[in-house]
Design a protein around this ligand. Structure first.
Ligand code: THU
Length: 149
């Protein structure tokens, strides 16, 4: 849970970030703002590419900035996604998986839905997320690999 004041601050930060979006192709500017578990704020915007598939969404830009600045143990307490003209935008599938990587059961994801801002948990945003697998080596022995460090 985060306070209404912090949520408003995150929305304002995301809206500032969306002004910096590089969106010559879609013209759809997206902003994101993160509050980490240690109380730090990070922002991101979408950065498009002429080779469309290389586009980086606002959410992932913010998350990669968070890790680059705070290191691999950083965790998201809350992430807000905003768009120009307040057009509804839920995090895309790729971003859901990347948010999941740095989330906890308490992480809150806030985005503009069709009726105001929606607040959801990671379990609601990406039920049954891929968070572990079994790796086999050449001898046939298996190791369980789980999300995180
Ligand atoms: N976009 C985001 O930045 N975040 C999302 O979760 C959905 C989509 C961007 C990617 C692209 O630049 C534009 O929105 C249109 O898809």
């Amino acid at each position: 849970m985060i306070s209404k004041d912090i949520e408003q601050k995150l929305i304002a930060l995301a809206k500032e970030a969306q002004e910096r979006a590089y969106v010559p192709y879609s013209k759809f500017a997206v902003g994101a703002a993160i509050l980490t578990e240690t109380g730090d704020f990070f922002t991101g915007c979408n950065v498009e590419n002429i080779s469309y598939g290389l586009t980086n969404c606002g959410e992932r830009t913010a998350i990669f900035k968070m890790v680059a600045d705070k290191g691999p143990k950083a965790k998201i307490k809350a992430i807000v996604v905003t768009t120009k003209a307040d057009i509804p935008c839920t995090p895309c599938g790729a971003c859901r998986q990347v948010i999941q990587e740095f989330s906890t059961p308490e992480t809150v994801i806030i985005y503009k839905g069709s009726e105001g801002y929606s607040r959801v948990s990671m379990d609601q945003l990406l039920p049954g997320a891929f968070t572990e697998f079994v790796a086999l080596d050449h001898t046939g022995s298996s190791t369980r690999i789980q999300k995180g460090i």
